[in-house]
Design a protein around this ligand. Structure first.
Ligand code: ASP
Ligand code: MG
Length: 462
């Protein structure tokens, strides 16, 4: 039986008590598993900050080393009652930090970092977590080895910052490398380009690492341990009584993640949907029965009575708007604009067009660059380029949304009854999503209104 792949994220590595929960969970599996870990909470952001500062500040390298070395000392002291073991783990982490320091010094000397170097530096958070966790597990008597992506042959397509795993090149090697009768801890977030360079899977990409390894192994499941209750009908910070979603399809999970649900990285399902490997989500605070995950993501399509399974929202998007009396009729505008955005490394999340305007939904962080890139192109039909930041995207997701009458009516009536104006909407781009844009201030009321309509009132027969 192939090993299960078990993933712990930064949210499981926040405070010094957290490691106790991870040990408890790994022991529950009663046998060898492959553990994939993220960086400690906040460490990737810290590394990105160090990278940026290192370009003009030579002292950053040493500051980064000192900070990261001190970060988990207390945790080690709490969990490992043997000074020799603590020193051994710290010296392994120090060796990694020295390497990191040399890279940061190099950046300070040249004042610059290539995309390859940026990816390499950011992945140290995960490397440190892996060494730390494996050290503690060994101390606990669980035979454990760190398995770096570079030593197990997790090969990517070589795209810095947004790589994908090349399963043709990786599967056999990864399977062989992780076949021993022991626990392996793999740092998430990156794989290796065919030329041997670190390539990141994107922010939050450790979920994708874990999914890719599960696929290479043909694992019975990918188990993701969170500090929350899996997928719910809405964010519990927004609504009072969200309903647990115990089962959802790969597509539903992917769409919810794409539109803001923080449970999974949207790419997690990519490697798992065709081999039908289920994703099981547990809450590390309290769950101990491995047969009872909070949510299971698999291929089984269930249409619920109200059709909508969950409503999510995100304030991370903005609109790039191109106005002009004939933009809808003139061929070639979108080709030029999307090519320019692509060359600037900007991802497009949605496009809604009409005769007089083209609206491109992109991450808010990319809006200003998108504006300058697009303003610089010669576009005769476009009178004005504009950015709109004060928006939120609200998405309702569920199998059957585009196939059942009355769902949209319920969504928009609920919004209207609460005085919420819809600025733009889209239904049918995916058969399982209806999403729309509202002013940022209307985001929470919109989620509440839809949740109330579909989950808190007795539903009519849709
Ligand atoms: N540490 C990385 C990040 O913060 C990857 C991850 O957490 O999954 O984006
Ligand atoms: Mg994460």
């Amino acid at each position: 039986m192939p090993k299960a792949v078990v993933k712990f994220g930064g949210s499981n590595l926040k405070c010094k008590e957290d490691i106790g929960n991870i040990i408890r969970v790994i022991k529950k599996y009663e046998g060898p598993v492959v553990v994939v870990v993220s960086a400690f909470y906040g460490v990737t952001n810290y590394l990105i900050d160090s990278l940026n500062k290192a370009r003009h500040d030579e002292s950053i390298a040493q500051k980064t080393i000192d900070y990261l070395l001190s970060l988990k000392r207390e945790t080690l002291e709490l969990h490992v009652g043997d000074t020799n073991v603590i020193n051994r783990i710290l010296s392994e982490i120090s060796a990694l930090l020295e390497e990191l320091g040399r890279y940061l010094q190099g950046i300070a000397l040249t004042g610059d970092a290539s995309p390859a170097l940026e990816d390499h530096v950011q992945a140290y958070g995960e490397r440190i977590s892996a060494v730390f966790l494996a050290g503690i597990l060994n101390f606990e008597g669980i035979e454990t080895k760190v398995a770096l992506p570079e030593s197990i042959g997790l090969i990517t397509d070589g795209e810095f910052g947004t790589a994908s795993v090349d399963f043709v090149k990786s599967t056999a090697k990864v399977r062989e490398a992780l076949s021993g009768d022991l626990v392996y801890v793999v740092p998430g977030f990156y794989g290796l380009s065919p030329e041997g360079k670190t390539t990141l899977f994107g922010r939050g990409g450790s979920d994708y690492s874990a999914a890719s390894i599960a696929r290479c192994l043909g694992a019975p499941s990918l188990d993701i341990w969170k500090d929350v209750n899996g997928f719910l009908s809405a964010d519990p910070k927004t609504v009072d009584n969200p309903v647990q979603i115990s089962q959802l399809t790969y597509n539903e999970a992917a769409e919810l993640a794409y539109f803001g649900a923080k449970i999974l990285h949207p790419r997690t399902v990519e490697p798992l949907s065709s081999p039908h490997i289920p994703i099981r989500i547990f809450n590390i605070f309290g769950d101990s029965d491995l047969e009872n995950p909070r949510s299971v993501v698999n291929a089984e399509k269930i249409v619920t009575k109200g059709v909508v399974k969950s409503v999510t929202s995100s304030e991370d998007f903005g609109i790039l708007k191109l106005k002009g009396s004939g933009v809808g009729a003139k061929p070639g505008i979108l080709a030029k604009v999307t090519t320019a955005l692509h060359l600037a490394g900007i991802n497009i999340n949605s496009v809604l067009t009409s005769q007089i305007s083209i609206n491109i939904l992109i991450a808010k962080k990319d809006l200003k660059t998108a504006y300058s890139v697009v303003s610089a192109i010669e576009l005769s039909a476009v009178g004005r380029v504009q950015i709109i930041e004060d928006i939120a995207v609200v998405a309702t997701v569920g199998n059957g949304i585009a196939e059942n009458y009355g769902v949209a009516a319920r969504i928009f009536t609920a919004l209207a009854s609460n005085g919420i104006n819809v600025m733009m909407s889209c239904l049918g781009a995916s058969p399982i999503v209806c999403y729309f844009l509202v002013r940022k201030n209307d985001c929470i009321p919109a989620v509440k209104a839809i949740h109330e309509e579909f989950f808190e009132t007795i539903s009519p027969s849709v």
